[in-house]
Design a protein. Structure first.
Length: 254
């Protein structure tokens, strides 16, 4: 099935039982498919798990990074289509920058294949109509940027303190964060015909309840806003609780 899959959307885990739905995951800024490998044992047996790998990470480390949203969304959607990921029932999950990309990709997928996208999970991301906090982190000098990333959590100290690793990863992290911070709603966008589950951390200083509450405006279907007892990176710190929530919604979506 995966002509583009090995590069763009590697298979993380096949369904261990009869496949009922496919979950396609989008990582936060600088992240890659490895963020979701620990999910393999926690998902329902009928869920097949894929994750998006953008340029600047893994075997795509040397590929040019995206500078604007339109080509990023277009190419992501094309890669998922060519890999055959969108033909059967599927759901999208994205965290932070990945939630923005999951939403934009879901817009194209829902238009092209009505009914195939069964749910959109957006985690730790402001809604399109909410303003971005200033000053922009991606514009900070390197030392201040690294300290801001450290304060957010999520990036291991051994990575942040390793100059060689940071030379490799910093351009990708900063590029993703730039796109995330400049992202916003476009006039004329209509609400999705896809259910939305929006998840936020109670102690998230980045995108908490206020930043996320308007996600319910972006669908014509059912929508919910759920709080987790966590900070911004609950994808890592509260994985079991998050997967319980995802499993319950996926089972009810097929």
């Amino acid at each position: 099935m995966q002509s583009a899959g090995d590069t763009w959307v590697p298979l993380i885990r096949p369904a261990s039982g009869t496949r009922r739905i496919r979950l396609i995951c989008f990582p936060y800024a600088g992240g890659g498919p490895d963020l979701f490998r620990t999910w393999a044992d926690g998902l329902d047996d009928g869920v097949e798990l894929f994750a998006v790998r953008l340029p600047g990470r893994g075997p795509r480390l040397r590929e040019p990074l995206y500078e604007s949203w339109e080509p990023l969304v277009r190419d992501t959607y094309r890669a998922l289509s060519e890999a055959g990921c969108l033909t059967d029932p599927h759901a999208f999950f994205g965290h932070s920058f990945g939630a923005r990309l999951a939403y934009e990709t879901a817009r194209l997928a829902a238009d092209a294949r009505p009914g195939a996208t069964r749910r959109l999970f957006v985690a730790g991301s402001r809604s399109p109509n909410r303003p971005q906090h200033r000053p922009y982190l991606h514009q900070l000098p390197q030392e201040r940027y690294v300290e801001a990333v450290r304060a957010m959590g999520g990036t291991p100290a051994e990575v942040l303190d390793n100059r060689a690793m940071m030379r490799l990863f910093l351009p990708t992290m900063r590029s993703d964060m730039r796109l995330a911070e400049l992202w916003g709603d476009r006039p004329g966008n209509s609400p999705l015909d896809v259910p939305i589950t929006a998840l936020y951390g109670r102690d998230d200083p980045v995108d908490g309840r206020t930043a996320m509450r308007d996600w319910t405006l972006y669908t014509r279907r059912e929508a919910e806003l759920l709080e987790l007892p966590a900070g911004h990176f609950f994808l890592d710190t509260h994985r079991e609780l998050l997967l319980e929530t995802i499993n319950a919604r996926l089972v009810s979506s097929v």
